[in-house]
Design a binder for this molecule. Structure first.
Ligand code: PLP
Length: 372
């Protein structure tokens, strides 16, 4: 085997200081009596579980939720000492690994709770309860029955949690319904700490904060509830290089399906980013990129490896092959891209992170150096 240099790839740059600043913003919103648990499942939404977790530990975060046991073990082997809880894994089959690594399971059903109560050793656990999502967790009737049997006295959960279905819509009646159901269940589980809100739930007000908020999206700069003015700092910058520039005569078609035709003699730049990098194919003809600060629209349907941009109005001197153009940054966020492509911002971010080369703007820094 011999190696050759890689083609200039699309780059997703992650600003760890911005993640820390968003942590501080959420802290200020919920106040000193509410603990913030960072949700770093799915490789921290694609941004790198170890890098993100280290940055958040430096910012003062001491509780992390991951999706799977394997992710929890990655944090343990990276010498991250903070508490780690696993949302969705096969606790019963894998329980010995939880015990040996001091990893906290989220118990999602009756049979997992039986595993806890049947275990010889004491196992710290969080209990998920069902309030209107129908995905995971014990119902009120199950909790009441188990409560009456005395099991929770012998094996009390450290935290009781539930998940809101509609927290990105402030006025939705589901929010109050779920909150009331959660209150009723958690009253039976006192003195367990209570956790209901994820990112969007923070903006529903104090009544939804309880003891712990579980925050993923907001830390990564995603404003999924569309809060205005947006208090979150953008975390990612997406850049791709110009591979080629061609002159295209007036009236010619560009790209698959000939969905774009030039209305004048045009200069078309071909960018080294396509849907294989996670750029939503539906954003063709819908968004603009920034070339040295000039806006240039994506034209035509995008290809797997590349995308066409109309750079006719960009001065030729600043628009040549190998120049980097910006697709996401301060002025155009993953939420804007998702809106243009009728997609969901966390999914867009995750796909871009998986398809692009990931870089970090800053190494994790101590909390005092965080800008506010
Ligand atoms: C993913 C997840 C969260 C975090 O959600 P965000 O909206 O990204 O903050 C919180 N709680 C549970 C149970 C989750 O699965």
């Amino acid at each position: 085997m011999f190696s050759v240099p890689q083609r200039a790839d699309a780059v997703l740059e992650v600003n760890l200081n911005a993640v820390q600043a968003n942590f501080q913003t959420v802290s200020a919103m919920v106040g000193p009596h509410v603990r913030i648990a960072a949700v770093v499942k799915n490789d921290a939404y694609g941004l790198g579980i170890v890098e993100i977790t280290r940055a958040l530990v430096a910012a003062g975060c001491d509780l992390f939720f991951v999706g799977t046991l394997q992710e929890a073990v990655v944090l343990r082997s990276s010498k991250i000492g903070a508490a780690v809880a696993v949302f969705y894994d096969e606790f019963t089959r894998l329980k010995k690994y939880y015990q040996s690594s001091l990893i906290i399971p989220v118990v999602n059903n009756r049979s997992e709770l039986d595993t806890i109560s049947g275990a010889g050793e004491e196992q710290t656990y969080f209990l998920n309860v069902e309030t209107g999502f129908s995905r995971s967790g014990l119902t009120f009737d199950e909790v009441r029955k188990i409560y009456l049997s005395g099991t929770f006295k012998r094996h009390p959960p450290a935290v009781v949690l539930s998940h809101l279905a509609c927290s990105d819509r402030v006025a939705d009646a589901m929010n109050a319904l779920q909150r009331n159901r959660f209150q009723a269940i958690s009253d039976l589980l006192k003195p367990a700490r209570c956790s209901l809100a994820a990112s969007a739930g923070i903006w529903l007000g104090k009544a939804f904060h309880f003891d712990i908020v579980r925050v993923g999206s907001a830390l990564y700069g995603l404003n999924n509830a569309g809060i205005q003015p947006n208090p979150l700092q953008p975390v990612v910058k997406l850049q791709a290089k110009i591979l080629d520039i061609r002159n295209v005569s007036k009236g010619e078609a560009v790209g698959y399906g000939a969905t774009f035709r030039t209305v004048r003699n045009s200069r078309i730049a071909i960018l080294g980013i396509g849907y294989k990098h996670g750029l939503p194919r539906a954003s063709g003809n819908k968004i603009s990129v920034r070339v040295a600060g000039y806006l240039a629209p994506l034209v035509g349907r995008m290809s797997m490896e590349c995308t066409a941009v109309d750079v006719t109005d960009v001065p030729e001197a600043v628009c040549v092959p190998a120049v980097s153009v910006e697709l996401l940054g301060e002025n155009f966020t993953p939420n804007d891209l998702a809106a243009a492509a009728h997609a969901y911002a966390p999914e867009v971010l995750m796909r871009l992170a998986a398809g692009c080369t990931r870089r970090y703007l800053h190494e994790p820094s101590a909390p005092q150096s965080v800008k506010n």
